[in-house]
Design a protein around this ligand. Structure first.
Ligand code: ZN
Ligand code: FE
Length: 239
């Protein structure tokens, strides 16, 4: 399995997971169809599934065009059936979803939205976290509670350390400034920020990160308790 990172909209990432044996692929959170179509055309890829982490338009905007063009099936959380149009496959918490040779565990991680899920490919040790866990940050709490978001992040903390994290946006630079402001003496963070700046200078994505790196550097994962976490989330909202 190979993951290709495709930029779309302002600062969204959509991810193409390709089985190199047959060129079958899944696309995660296509905010728009065009950049995905361009990529697929060039590489002769057969799109089979569209995986959505949540219903926000910048994550599903390309769904319908891709579904129509490639007859790909849309996979999403069952409780979001009313707001992710034309879903084909409804999944639920802790389910192992299988399609062709793809296999991912569905983990319900509410907070950003009530129906937010992530796709954990345990064999490949990679996870698609949408707008819940970002590199050096976490998503805004739009529909859920602080407690839900805190619990959701705690679930992700238990994944194997080497798990690669593919998140929904390139927010890492701004996130790094917030982390630096409130966690000045963190040497691991200092090191990661240098790497981030280096990548951005070369116009490369800062994604994927890993659970290991995020545990060491992401201030939201380092919060000691719910109260701490909530304070940080409020500060970040006004940062
Ligand atoms: Zn969102
Ligand atoms: Fe988003």
């Amino acid at each position: 399995m190979k993951v290709e990172i495709i930029k779309c909209l302002q600062d969204n990432y959509t991810y193409l997971i390709i089985n190199e044996k047959n060129n079958y692929a899944c696309i995660v959170d296509p905010g728009e169809a065009e950049p995905v179509i361009d990529f697929i055309k060039k590489k002769n890829i057969k799109l089979k599934f569209i995986l959505n982490t949540h219903h926000h338009y910048d994550h599903i905007g390309g769904n319908n065009d891709l579904k129509k063009k490639y007859k790909a099936k849309i996979v999403g959380f069952k409780d979001d059936k009313h707001r992710i149009p034309n879903m084909d496959i409804l999944v639920e918490n802790n389910q192992i979803w299988k399609g062709e040779n793809f296999e991912a565990k569905i983990i319900h991680i509410p907070g950003h939205t009530t129906g937010h899920i992530c796709f954990y490919f345990s064999k490949e040790k990679m996870i698609f976290t949408g707008d819940t866990l970002f590199s050096l940050g976490c998503g805004r709490i739009f529909e859920g509670t602080y407690k839900q978001m805190y619990n959701s992040l705690n679930k992700l903390k238990t994944l194997p350390l080497s798990t690669k994290i593919y998140c929904g946006h390139e927010y890492t630079l701004n996130n790094s400034m917030f982390c630096l402001k409130h966690d000045k003496n963190n040497k691991n963070l200092g090191k990661k920020v240098l790497e981030i700046n280096d990548k951005l200078k070369k116009n490369l994505p800062t994604i994927p990160s890993t659970i290991d790196e995020e545990l060491a550097c992401n201030i939201f994962l380092r919060a000691k308790n719910l109260e701490d976490f909530s304070k940080l989330r409020d500060l970040k909202d006004n940062f």
